[in-house]
Design a protein around this ligand. Structure first.
Ligand code: NAI
Length: 317
């Protein structure tokens, strides 16, 4: 799932970022009991740069892998800007910012980057074939002990694991956008994921200042399985003329204490992403309750995808 601005609406902000400390308290930053000492993040887009940010702030050396140097530089620039904002707000010191940036390295070669790493977190686009070929490369070049985590929001972890020779070491680490702010990490166990791997990733998420929540691999995991039917139903109420988008959102904000209405949230996530996830739920369960509302399909066909195209259920400047 994609991002939620719930955090900002709730007044959550960088000050909640707890990177570098852990509930476990006494452990050295940049290490875990399970022995994770170095992390490679593949993909430096919306999610990847946030994951690199929190991992480096927690004391881990991180290699960020991108397809082009300009994309890696863009990710570093974003991380730098976000850290600078934290310094300005006196959430961290200039020294902490410098140390954090000093822990980040970039690479254009996944094969080289994973050759000496304990954990890989994949955050490339949500296309199975792309992820499959990347997992194949990582699997061939990463040491035997290396854990392979995916930040996928809807692809089966079990299916990704089956693309490797190490299914027990493959797991989902589903962060939320914006990563430095949002506390949740869904830890998704594939059919064959080792308990020790689940434990290691859970501990790491805590070390990154996050709150890990376990879930078994299932379409939509927990987050999207609960969220997307609500968004879809909100769209149906507009489609059927029950209420306007503004009024549906108002009901959910004022009546249910949601920090952001479901249609505003759908715009923020991207209506195309919502539609894709509903398809995953519909195909995965073959249950008509997940059928996408025709209005959602029509808006996606029209290119009205929400914030990113300037118009969805709302217009954006
Ligand atoms: P994005 O499109 O912003 O970033 C993907 C990045 O991966 C791009 O910078 C691209 O250059 C890079 N990339 C593509 N192929 C690559 C390769 N072979 N090696 C290295 N880098 C490569 O995508 P975003 O939004 O960050 O999503 C990444 C993953 O996170 C997806 O699986 C998505 O479902 C998931 N996710 C997204 C959330 C969101 O709010 N955007 C929330 C939670 C999960």
């Amino acid at each position: 799932m994609e991002s939620t601005k719930h955090s900002s609406a709730e007044g959550t902000n960088e000050h909640q970022l707890n990177a570098g400390t852990t509930d476990a308290g006494t452990r050295e930053p940049g290490t875990t009991d399970a022995g994770i000492q170095s992390i490679t993040v593949i993909g430096g887009g919306t999610m990847g740069n946030g994951i690199v940010h929190v991992a480096a702030m927690s004391g881990f050396p991180v290699t960020l892998v991108e397809t082009k140097q300009e994309y890696a530089d863009r990710a570093l620039l974003t991380i730098g800007k976000n850290l600078t904002r934290m310094v300005t707000k006196e959430k961290i010191s200039q020294e902490q910012m410098d140390q954090t940036l000093g822990r980040i390295h970039t690479s254009l070669s996944p094969a080289e980057a994973v050759a000496n790493t304990d954990l890989v977190i994949e955050a490339i686009p949500e296309q199975f074939e792309l992820k499959k070929s990347l997992f194949d490369v990582i699997d061939q070049h990463a040491p035997e002990h290396t854990i392979l985590a995916s930040n996928t929001s809807s692809i089966s972890i079990t299916k990704l694991a089956a693309c490797t020779r190490r299914p027990p070491k493959v797991i989902g680490m589903h962060f939320f956008n914006p990563v430095p702010v949002m506390k949740l990490v869904e830890v998704i166990r594939g059919l064959e994921t080792d308990d020790a791997v689940t434990q290691a990733v859970t501990e790491l998420a805590m070390q990154m200042g996050k709150v890990p929540v376990p879930a078994n691999d299932s379409p939509g995991f927990v987050s999207n399985r609960v969220l997307m039917p609500m968004i879809n139903e909100a769209i149906f109420t507009v489609y059927e003329g029950v209420a306007t988008a503004e009024d549906v959102d108002q009901v959910m904000k004022l009546g249910m204490a949601h920090p952001m209405g479901p249609l505003r949230l759908a715009d923020f996530i991207g209506l195309d992403v919502c539609l894709d996830i509903l398809h995953v739920l519909y195909d995965g369960f073959r249950d008509p309750k997940y059928r996408p509302c025709p209005l959602l399909v029509k808006m996606v066909d029209a290119g009205k995808l929400g914030n990113k195209t300037g118009e969805g259920f709302y217009k954006y400047g």
